[in-house]
Design a binder for this molecule. Structure first.
Ligand code: PRX
Length: 572
């Protein structure tokens, strides 16, 4: 099968062209209770307000444990539980504006904690449970987090770094041992101390509710701050792009450690009162199909790597299942190749809608919609209300078919408020006057569809997650055998890109398969389970600039057998 996929007529957004001409952000205001005088807070709009109407007894969350056990929570219950947690936090000494980290597997407590923090005016910092101690330390030091909510298992991982975290005052432990260390409090005790009638705090649109760490090409991860005002865009895109409705059962497979897992795994769908499914376990093709079918998922948001893994699991498996209930599929995080779209049409008769956005953008920006023809391989068109362009270094828009920076006119509601304690980095996004520069390279075709080409920097986009080479290099050189390391993203059919490390060894160490394994494990357990180099190549030296900076661009070109480009700054 080839060619474009025709539109359908059943989506929430009926006419893209008309909406693009007529839509005004202010028209979304009336969807929120704050426009009728309630408090202004994303958590209030996501949960509390539904507890005051008939949705009180509607299921908000189906939380499926790693081995399939199920917990259900109604909007009424989640509202009370998160209020208790919010009040418990205040009684523990937390204050509005505090950065409070949630370092938990995808269990129901994660949702209670995230909502509770936001309700009391805190800034929630979700940390993917695959992160190792070094990664948590970088983030906690940068943000000055005062409280971390974690589990007994993950607490063990924090032990080696606790002494370094001067700002950390309390650790809240889910299912903790009876005997807790100093500074530790049981999650249950926090809940017990909290008032279920706690009133969610009124915030300003430009107050941040979340600090979401993401990687750049230089330095350690940056704390991107998203404001309560993001609700406007998250709400309307949950309608137009995810095509969510009252009766839907929706599954977002992204972890809340990534922005997809918060903007569209927590807040977006709940503004609409949709029932959300969350699965704690890891990827497994049969299990995933079973969740889709057994829970009657109607809308599913996932990532290309997962879709490619399902494709690899074979047609026999997918054909065992009946996807009649599944109405709408979206994808995000990396390029969605045309083959995957054709596969889903063939085996499920479903369209997959690619969506493009970033941590910094807070919500969807360039997407495919049910009412629009899909051009497989294209990211689609800007959501109504947003202006995107392909620009050169001076900010001039380039003609269709020409590669350039994927750029946006600033000012969409969910745009980041800033980078925590790093204004220079924030300003870099706006260096080309009049535009926000995304860091992606792309082109636009004659009909206005956007096509992704790659990153303009060294950021690695692997299995749906963004990874900074500097982070991996820093972890590598802490290994006793490693003298220097240069890290690149190497194209990979399944994962989009994999991490490849070029390593020079310290005197006395010899290259061996064993040493590779040891280095791999070192990165995996210290930095993150997904961040380790799947390929390590031992080299005599690394290409560097005269000022000593490793030239990853040259490493990448060498790896891909491409021209090396301008080498005038190379050391020798
Ligand atoms: O390079 C683009 C890639 O992921 C980057 C953003 O990563 P992150 O901040 O982790 O957010 C991911 C989920 C919102 C982008 O700069 N990316 C994201 N979506 C797509 C994509 N690349 C190609 N196609 C996409 N649909």
């Amino acid at each position: 099968m080839e060619g474009n996929i025709p539109p359908t007529t059943t989506g929430n957004l009926q006419d893209y062209e008309v909406a693009s001409k007529e839509f005004a952000w202010a028209s979304v205001d009336k969807e929120f209770d704050w426009s009728q005088g309630s408090v202004y807070n994303v958590a209030y709009e996501a949960i509390d307000r539904h507890a005051l109407n008939w949705r009180k007894n509607k299921i908000a969350l189906y939380s499926i444990g790693a081995s399939g056990e199920l917990e259900k929570y109604t909007f009424g219950e989640l509202s009370e539980l998160s209020s208790k947690f919010a009040d418990g936090l205040i009684k523990l000494g937390a204050k509005g504006g505090d950065r409070i980290f949630v370092y938990l597997d995808r269990t129901s407590e994660l949702y209670m904690a995230m909502l509770g923090i936001v309700k009391m005016g805190g800034i929630a910092g979700p940390l993917f449970s695959a992160l190792g101690p070094e990664a948590v330390k970088d983030r906690a030091l940068d943000s000055g987090a005062s409280i971390i909510i974690t589990s007994e298992n993950l607490y063990e991982r924090l032990l080696p770094i606790l002494d370094d975290l001067a700002d950390l005052r309390k650790i809240i432990i889910v299912d903790g041992k009876e005997e807790l260390a100093r500074n530790c409090v049981a999650f249950e005790d926090i809940m017990e101390s909290g008032d279920p009638n706690f009133q969610t705090v009124n915030m300003a649109p430009t107050d941040p509710y979340i600090i979401q760490y993401t990687s750049g090409s230089t330095g350690k991860p940056k704390g991107v701050l998203i404001g309560h005002r993001a609700m406007t865009q998250q709400y309307i895109t949950a309608r137009w792009v995810l095509d969510l409705r009252e009766e839907d059962t929706y599954w977002c497979t992204a972890d809340p450690g990534w922005i997809t897992g918060t903007s569209y795994g927590i807040f977006g769908p709940w503004y609409l009162g949709t029932s959300v499914v969350s699965f704690e376990g890891r990827f497994d093709a049969r299990t995933w199909y079973e969740i889709l079918v057994n829970y009657g998922i109607t809308v599913w948001y996932t990532a290309p790597t997962a879709l490619r893994m399902l494709m690899r699991a074979g047609d026999d498996l997918v054909k065992e299942f009946n996807f009649d209930k599944l109405r709408h599929i979206c994808s995000v995080g990396e390029p969605l190749n045309a083959e995957v779209i054709y596969w889903a049409m063939r085996v499920m008769n479903k369209r997959i809608h690619d969506t493009w956005w970033q941590t910094e953008t807070g919500a969807h920006l360039i997407c495919n919609y049910p009412c629009m023809t899909i051009r497989p391989g294209s990211m689609g068109k800007p959501i109504p209300g947003v202006i995107a362009g392909i620009v050169d270094e001076e900010g001039n828009e380039v003609p269709p078919g020409t590669e350039g920076h994927l750029a946006l006119r600033p000012g969409w509601p969910s745009m980041m408020l800033g980078i925590y304690r790093n204004t220079p980095r924030f300003k870099e996004y706006f260096e080309i006057p009049g535009w926000y520069i995304s860091g992606d390279l792309a082109y636009q075709d004659d009909d206005g569809y956007f096509w992704f080409l790659g990153r303009s920097d060294d950021v690695i986009v692997t299995a749906g997650g963004r990874l900074g080479p500097f982070e991996v290099e820093s972890a590598l050189i802490e290994h006793s055998a490693v003298a220097e390391a240069g890290v690149i993203g190497k194209p990979d059919e399944l994962r989009g890109e994999i991490v490849k490390a070029f390593v020079t060894l310290r005197p006395g160490f010899k290259p061996s398969e064993e040493l590779k394994k040891d280095i791999t494990n070192f990165v995996k357990t210290r930095l993150a389970y997904y961040a380790y180099p799947r390929e390590i190549e031992f080299v005599e030296s690394l290409p560097k600039t005269r000022s000593g900076k490793i030239m990853r661009r040259v490493l990448k070109a060498m790896e891909l057998g491409q021209p090396l480009g301008d080498l005038s700054t190379l050391e020798d």
